[in-house]
Design a protein around this ligand. Structure first.
Ligand code: NOJ
Length: 768
C-alpha cells in the first residue's frame, strides 16, 4: 500500500512538474505537445533519480518463471529480486503471462523507492501463442498488408499476456543460407526487406503505442549480423562501406522511419569492432545521422562478450565502451549494473551519457502508458479471451497460405483431384505437429500445430495412407537445444515404398525440423538432412506422381528433386495452421502466389549467391561452348541459381507485355513505367509483379539488377490489367563509400517480370 501511494504521489508530482494537473488534460492536448509533455515528465523524473537508480533503468534481467519463490533456473534469483526492490532493474525479458508479469511489476512499483515500472520484453517473432509462419516464409508472400496484420496479431496476444516490447523484427539482410537465422529475416534484398521491416513495425506498434493491443518493436541486429563469415553463427562480418550502406543499413533505416522504438545490436564484430561497442554505427549513424530517439538494447550478454572478443580488458571496460558507443540498456550481462556507477564516480564515463540513455528508456515507458497504469498489460481476463482466438487462427491461416511458394508444377500435377484418388502421404515431417511451429514458438503449446497429414485429412474425397518412412530425429524436441539427429534410420522405408507403389499420387513431406534453423543453427551442407534424399529417390522409383512438400527454414539444395520430382511446394514452417494451409493449396482451394525472398543455390560452393550481384569485368564466356577459362565462373558449376530470387509459380499462367517508359526524365521527375499483365491460364490468380532497374554506369559500380518496385495483382482467368509503377530519386540513387546518397544522371535499364530473371525490358535516361 505504502508503495502504491509513493507511486501515485510520484505520478502527481510528475504531472504537476509537467504543467498538467491530471491525465485527462494530458490526453486532450495535441500530439506534438503530448510529445513535449513526455519530455518534461521524463526530465522531471530524471531529476528525482539517484545515479544508482538511473543505472538501474539501463539494466535488463532475464526472468524466472516462479516469481513468488526462488528461481528454478540458476542461483541468482535472490540477487535479482533484491535488485528489483532496489530499483536496479529497468526491464525484464522472458517473463510472460498476465499474472507473472503483474508479480514482478508489483515488486518494482510497490517496493522500489520510485516505483518506475518495468518494460517487459520477449522474442515475439512469428506469433505469441497462435503462430504465424516463420518470418522468411511471411516474406515470401510479398504481401505487406498480411505481414502487418500478422505482426499485429502477435502484438495483441503478447500484450494480453503482460508483454509490452518485442525483440522483432529482425531486419538483417543475408545472402547466406548456411546461416540458420535467415529464417528470422526477410531474405536477401534491401528493398523488399525495407518494405517488410516497415510493415512489421507498423503491425507491432500500431498507430498508438499506448493502446492495450500494441507493443514496442525492435530493429535487430544492428548491424551486419547476417553477413557472418562463412554463414557461421556469431562470426565476424568484414564488409566494405558500399555494401554496408546499400545492402545492410537500408532495412534498419526503414524501421527507424516507421518509428521503431528500439534497436538491438548484434553479437558480431564489423570490420574489427564489435557492433556492441561500435560508435560509428550507434552514435554517428543511428543516433546522429538518423536522429533516432528511442533506445538501444544490447544482445544477450553482448556487452560482456566484448571481453571474449578481445576488445575490452574486463567487464568494466566493456561497460564503458558500450555506453560511450550508445548502448542504452544491457541485456543480461550485468556489466552496467555492476560497473557503471563506479565508472561515473571515477570520471571515466560522463553522467550525461547515462542521463541520455535513461531519458530514452523512460520516454518509451511513458509512450507505452506504463506510468498511467503499470499493470495495463496484465489483465488475466483479457488474456484468456484474446489469446488463440478464432479470429487470430484465421489470420495466421491466411498468412500461411500466402507464404507458400510453388517451385515447380510439371504437367499440372497440382492441384490434386478431390475425389477417387489413393494418396500416400510419406515423410518424417508429414505427421509432425510440433516441427511446423518453427523456431521461435514462445507461448505456444508443444504439438499445437496442424500437421500436413491432419490438414490433408480434412478433405475426405480421397483415400489417404500415411507412412513415416524414416525418423529425422532420435526424440521429439520441444526446445532448440534438444536436437538429436537420426541420420541412418531406414526401418520405415519398405512400408513407405509399398504405400507409394499402391497409390495414385504421393505427397512427400521432407525438409528440416523446425529447430534445425534459427539461432545457433548454421549448416555446411544444405541437402535434405539424413536419409530423406534416399527415401525420396526410392519412392520416386516406384511412383512418378510425387508432390514434394518442403518444410524448411532456409534455402536448400534441391537439384535432384528439381530434375525429377514433377511438383515441388515450398511450405517452410508455417506455424499453427500449417496443415490446413498446405492442404488448401494442394487441393487448389487457394492458388499459390508466393515468391522466393532468397535465392536457392545449386550448390553450397555458390554461396554467397544473390540476384543483385555485380557484372564484373568478365561476365560472359567470350566463346560460348569453347570451354574458355578467363571469365567469371566456376569450372564445375553453372553461375545461375537453381531458383532465382522472386521465383514462384501459380496454378494459372501470366504473360507480361507492352512495357512502356518515356525516353528521358530529369532527376527530380517521377519515372512512370507501365506494363500489361494477362492471366493466360485456367485459374483466377495473383501475381507479384516485380520491377528491377540497372544503373548502367556510375561512380560506384551498380548491381546487374535491383528490385525497386513490386505489386500484388489479382486477375481473373482471361483478364488483363495495366500495372503502373513510379520511380523517384528514392529508388534511383545509391550510397557511395562515405554513405552519401547520390542520384546520378545517366542511362538506366528497367525490367519487369515475375522473378529476378525478368527479361521484358526498356530503358530511359536521367538528365540533370
Ligand atoms: C539472442 C538473440 O540474438 C536475440 O535476437 C534475442 O532477442 C535475444 N537472444 C533474447 O532472447
Amino acid at each position: 500500500m505504502k508503495r502504491n501511494i509513493t507511486f501515485f504521489l510520484l505520478c502527481i508530482s510528475v504531472m504537476i512538474l509537467s504543467g498538467f494537473s491530471n491525465k485527462t488534460d494530458f490526453k486532450m492536448i495535441k500530439p506534438h505537445f503530448q510529445k513535449d509533455s513526455i519530455k518534461v515528465k521524463v526530465d522531471s523524473l530524471l531529476n528525482l533519480m539517484t545515479l544508482e537508480e538511473k543505472v538501474g533503468q539501463m539494466n535488463q534481467y532475464n526472468g524466472f518463471w516462479d516469481v513468488t519463490g526462488p528461481s528454478p533456473e540458476g542461483g541468482d534469483a535472490e540477487k535479482k529480486y533484491e535488485d528489483l526492490r532496489k530499483g536496479r532493474v529497468g526491464s525484464m525479458l522472458t517473463v510472460r503471462g498476465a499474472d507473472q508479469v503483474r508479480a514482478v511489476q508489483k515488486i518494482v512499483v510497490e517496493e522500489s523507492r520510485l516505483g518506475i515500472p518495468l518494460i517487459i520484453g520477449f522474442d515475439v517473432i512469428h506469433g505469441y501463442k497462435t503462430l504465424s509462419p516463420i518470418p522468411l516464409a511471411e516474406a515470401a508472400s510479398w504481401d505487406l498488408e498480411a505481414i502487418e496484420k500478422s505482426a499485429s496479431v502477435a502484438a495483441a496476444e503478447a500484450a494480453a499476456s503482460g508483454i509490452n516490447w518485442t525483440f522483432a523484427p529482425m531486419v538483417d539482410i543475408s545472402r547466406d543460407p548456411r546461416w540458420g537465422r535467415v529464417m528470422e529475416g526477410a531474405g536477401e534484398d534491401p528493398f523488399l526487406g525495407s518494405a517488410i521491416a516497415k510493415a512489421r513495425v507498423r503491425g507491432f506498434q500500431g498507430e498508438d503505442l499506448s493502446a492495450i493491443n500494441t507493443i514496442a518493436a525492435t530493429a535487430k541486429h544492428f548491424a551486419a549480423y547476417g553477413f557472418a563469415e562463412g554463414g557461421k553463427e556469431y562470426n565476424k562480418a568484414d564488409i566494405g562501406t558500399v555494401t554496408l550502406h546499400n545492402i545492410v543499413l537500408p532495412s534498419f533505416k526503414a524501421a527507424e522511419e516507421a518509428g521503431v522504438k528500439t534497436f538491438m545490436n548484434g553479437f558480431n564484430e564489423l570490420n574489427g569492432i564489435p557492433v556492441t561497442g561500435n560508435e560509428f554505427l550507434l552514435r554517428d549513424i543511428l543516433k546522429q545521422k538518423w536522429d533516432f530517439n528511442g533506445f538501444v538494447i544490447s544482445d544477450w550478454a553482448s556487452i560482456g562478450e566484448m571481453v571474449t572478443h578481445g576488445y575490452a580488458r574486463d567487464n568494466a571496460q566493456a561497460a564503458e565502451i558500450a555506453v560511450k558507443a550508445g548502448v542504452d540498456m544491457d541485456m543480461e550481462s550485468s556489466s552496467y549494473v555492476d560497473e557503471l556507477v563506479e565508472l561515473v564516480k571515477a570520471g571515466e564515463v560522463e553522467e550525461a551519457l547515462v542521463d541520455d540513455a535513461v531519458r530514452r528508456i523512460l520516454r518509451v515507458k511513458f509512450e507505452l502508458g506504463l506510468f498511467d497504469d503499470p499493470y495495463k498489460y496484465c489483465d488475466a481476463e483479457r488474456e484468456s479471451v484474446v489469446i488463440g482466438s478464432e479470429e487470430n487462427q484465421k489470420a495466421v491461416l491466411d498468412m500461411a497460405k500466402k507464404s507458400i511458394v510453388l517451385l515447380k508444377n510439371e504437367n499440372n500435377l497440382l492441384p490434386l483431384k478431390k475425389e477417387g484418388q489413393k494418396i500416400a502421404i510419406i515423410g518424417p515431417l508429414a505427421d509432425d505437429d510440433n516441427s511446423v511451429l518453427g523456431s521461435w514458438r514462445i507461448a505456444s503449446e508443444d504439438h499445437s500445430g496442424i500437421s500436413v497429414l491432419e490438414g490433408m485429412k480434412q478433405y475426405t474425397g480421397n483415400e489417404i495412407v500415411y507412412e513415416k518412412g524414416a525418423d529425422l530425429l532420435k526424440k521429439d524436441p520441444t526446445f532448440i537445444n534438444e536436437l538429436e539427429f537420426n541420420f541412418n534410420d531406414k526401418t520405415g522405408f519398405e512400408k513407405a515404398i509399398s504405400a507409394a507403389k499402391n497409390s495414385d499420387v504421393v505427397i512427400l513431406v521432407l525438409g528440416e525440423h523446425g529447430f534445425q534453423s534459427g539461432e545457433g543453427r548454421s549448416r555446411t551442407n544444405l541437402d535434405l538432412p539424413g536419409v530423406q534424399q534416399e527415401l525420396m529417390e526410392k519412392v520416386f522409383g516406384v511412383n512418378k506422381n510425387v508432390v514434394l512438400v518442403l518444410n524448411n527454414g532456409r534455402p536448400l539444395i534441391l537439384n535432384w528433386a528439381d530434375e525429377n520430382i514433377p511438383a515441388i511446394v515450398e511450405a517452410w514452417h508455417l506455424g499453427t495452421q500449417t496443415g490446413n494451409a498446405v492442404a488448401q493449396v494442394l487441393y487448389g482451394d487457394y492458388n499459390p502466389s508466393g515468391k522466393l525472398p532468397m535465392t536457392f543455390p545449386r550448390s553450397v560452393g555458390q554461396i554467397p549467391i544473390y540476384y543483385n550481384h555485380k557484372n564484373t569485368g568478365r561476365p560472359v564466356d567470350p566463346q560460348p561452348g569453347a570451354n574458355m577459362v578467363f571469365w567469371s565462373h566456376y569450372s564445375d558449376e553453372e553461375n545461375s541459381p537453381l531458383y532465382p530470387f522472386g521465383h514462384g509459380l501459380s496454378y494459372t499462367s501470366f504473360n507480361y507485355s507492352n512495357i512502356k517508359v518515356e525516353n528521358s526524365f530529369a532527376v527530380n521527375e517521377e519515372v512512370k513505367v507501365s506494363v500489361e499483365l494477362s492471366n493466360t491460364g485456367d485459374y483466377d490468380g495473383k501475381e507479384v509483379v516485380q520491377l528491377y532497374i540497372r544503373d548502367l554506369f556510375a561512380k560506384v559500380v551498380r548491381p546487374v539488377k535491383e528490385l525497386k518496385g513490386f505489386q500484388l495483382v489479382e486477375l481473373k482467368k482471361g483478364e488483363s490489367k495495366t500495372v503502373n509503377f513510379s520511380l523517384t530519386e528514392k529508388e534511383l540513387g545509391y550510397y557511395d563509400q562515405n554513405g552519401d546518397y547520390l542520384v546520378e544522371p545517366g542511362d538506366f535499364e528497367i525490367f519487369v517480370g515475375g522473378d529476378s530473371d525478368a527479361t521484358l525490358k526498356s530503358a530511359f535516361k536521367l538528365t540533370k
